[in-house]
Design a protein around this ligand. Structure first.
Ligand code: PLP
Length: 358
C-alpha cells in the first residue's frame, strides 16, 4: 500500500535500511547522555539547519509533537494576547489552547477553503504573538511565505510563529522574518510519528526568561530556557525519542544529498499534475479556489459527496488517500504531496483516479 495520507504518511523509502542499522549500532539501548547520542543530536540539528536554511540566530529543539509546539509557544511567549488566524481545524486547535492556558487570544476566522490576506490584517496594538498555520492540513489552504515575511517586516515587534507541520521542508522560510517554526516528522519527512521539531529565535528565549521572572507560568522541563540549557550540551531535558532522532538525522542527511532544490521542483511538478487533474475533471474541483492559496503539499479535492467511494476504490488499487477532515469527511479527499512520494507514483495514482466513474 502506498500512503498518500497527510500524516502519518508514506515512509521514506530508505527508512527500513536505517532501522536495520540502528539495531546493529545498538541505538535503541544507548544512554541519552552518551557521546553517541550527542553526535546524533548534533547531526540532526546540522542537517535540518542546512536543509531549511536555519541561521545561527535560531535554535532547533526536539520535543514530542506539534501540538506540544503550539502549547510551548503560547506558554513561553505570550503573557496575555495572541492573535490566531483560523482557516481550519489545526489553527482552531491552537486558538483553543490559548484559552485553555488562560491567555486572552484574538481570532481572525475565515470560512474553510478561504485564504487569509495577512497584509490586510488589523493587528491589535497589544498583540504579542501571531500564529500562522502556513499549511492548514484540514482544508488545503497554504499561506505564501512572502506574505508572512512581509507581515513581519511591517510588524517587527509582533512575534511570528508558523505551523509548517504538513509543508516542511518545502517552504522557503526566511528566518530573518520568522521567529518560530515547527513541524512533526510523520508528514513531509516520511518517518514514524512521535517527534516534533521546534525552531526558536534566541530573542524569543530571552523573552520567555523575562516572562518567567515576572511570574508567568512558562512550563517546567520543556520551558524554552530548560530546552536551551540541555540543547547547549546536545541533549534534551527528558529521555527523548532517541530512535526517532536517529532516523531524522539519517533522513535529513539523505535529503541534503538530494538537494532541497530538487525536492521542491518535484513537489511543484507533482502538485501541478494533481491540480491539473482536479481542474479538468468533469465533476470534481479543487476545494481551495484561489490559486494563490492552494497548498502544494496537501491537495484537497471536492469529490461532491463521493469521498467514501473514491477512498475505497483507491485502497483496492493499493493507494491510501485521506478522506475529508471533520465536517468535510464525505465531500473531500486529501492527497499528501511530500518528498517521499515519487513522481511516478503520483502519475499512477492519477491514472487510477481517472478510471473512477462519477
Ligand atoms: C498534523 C498537524 C499538526 C499536529 O501534529 P502532531 O504531530 O499530531 O502534534 C498540527 N498542525 C498541522 C497543520 C498538522 O497538519
Amino acid at each position: 500500500m502506498l500512503y498518500f495520507t497527510p500524516g502519518p504518511s508514506q515512509i521514506y523509502p530508505s527508512v527500513k535500511k536505517h532501522v536495520d542499522t540502528a539495531f546493529k549500532k545498538d541505538i535503541l539501548s544507548i544512554s541519552h547522555r552518551s557521546k553517541t547520542f550527542q553526535e546524533i543530536y548534533k547531526n540532526a540539528v546540522k542537517n535540518i539547519s542546512a536543509l531549511m536554511n536555519v541561521p545561527v540566530s535560531h535554535h532547533v529543539f526536539f520535543i514530542s509533537s506539534s501540538l506540544e509546539s503550539m502549547e510551548r509557544i503560547l506558554q513561553n511567549c505570550v503573557e496575555k494576547k495572541s492573535l490566531h488566524l483560523v482557516n481550519g481545524s489545526f489553527s482552531k486547535t491552537d486558538f483553543e489552547f490559548a484559552y485553555q492556558l488562560g491567555k486572552e487570544p484574538d481570532i481572525v476566522e475565515v470560512e474553510e477553503g478561504q485564504g487569509i490576506e495577512l497584509n490586510k490584517l488589523k493587528v491589535p496594538s497589544d498583540t504579542e504573538l501571531v500564529m500562522v498555520t502556513q499549511n492548514e492540513t484540514s482544508t488545503g489552504v497554504m499561506i505564501p511565505m512572502k506574505d508572512i515575511h512581509d507581515f513581519k517586516k511591517n510588524h517587527p515587534r509582533v512575534l511570528v510563529a508558523i505551523d509548517i507541520v504538513s509543508s516542511a521542508p518545502y517552504p522557503r522560510t526566511d528566518f530573518r522574518y520568522v521567529d518560530m517554526a515547527f513541524f512533526s516528522v510523520q508528514k513531509g519527512f516520511g518517518l514514524p510519528a512521535g517527534l516534533g521539531v521546534l525552531i526558536v529565535r534566541q530573542e524569543v528565549i530571552d523573552r520567555s526568561v523575562a516572562l518567567e521572572k515576572k511570574g508567568v507560568l512558562v512550563g517546567t522541563y520543556h520551558s524554552f530556557s530548560s530546552l536551551l540549557k540541555k540543547h547547549n550540551e546536545f541533549q534534551t531535558p527528558e529521555t527523548p525519542n532517541v530512535f526517532g532522532l536517529y532516523l531524522l538525522a539519517e533522513i535529513t542527511q539523505e535529503m541534503k544529498r538530494k538537494g532541497i532544490k530538487k525536492i521542491r521542483q518535484e513537489i511543484d511538478l507533482k502538485s501541478k499534475l494533481l491540480y491539473d487533474f482536479a481542474n479538468t475533471h468533469v465533476q470534481w474541483k479543487p476545494f481551495v479556489k484561489e490559486k494563490k492559496f492552494q497548498s502544494q503539499t496537501t491537495i484537497v479535492i471536492d469529490v461532491k459527496g463521493q469521498s467514501k467511494k473514491v477512498v475505497e476504490y483507491l485502497k483496492k488499487k493499493g493507494f491510501m488517500v485521506g478522506s475529508g477532515y471533520g465536517k468535510f469527511k464525505n465531500d473531500h479527499i486529501r492527497i499528501a504531496n511530500f518528498p517521499q512520494h515519487s513522481v511516478k507514483d503520483v502519475k499512477r495514482l492519477i491514472k487510477e483516479m481517472e478510471k473512477i466513474k462519477v
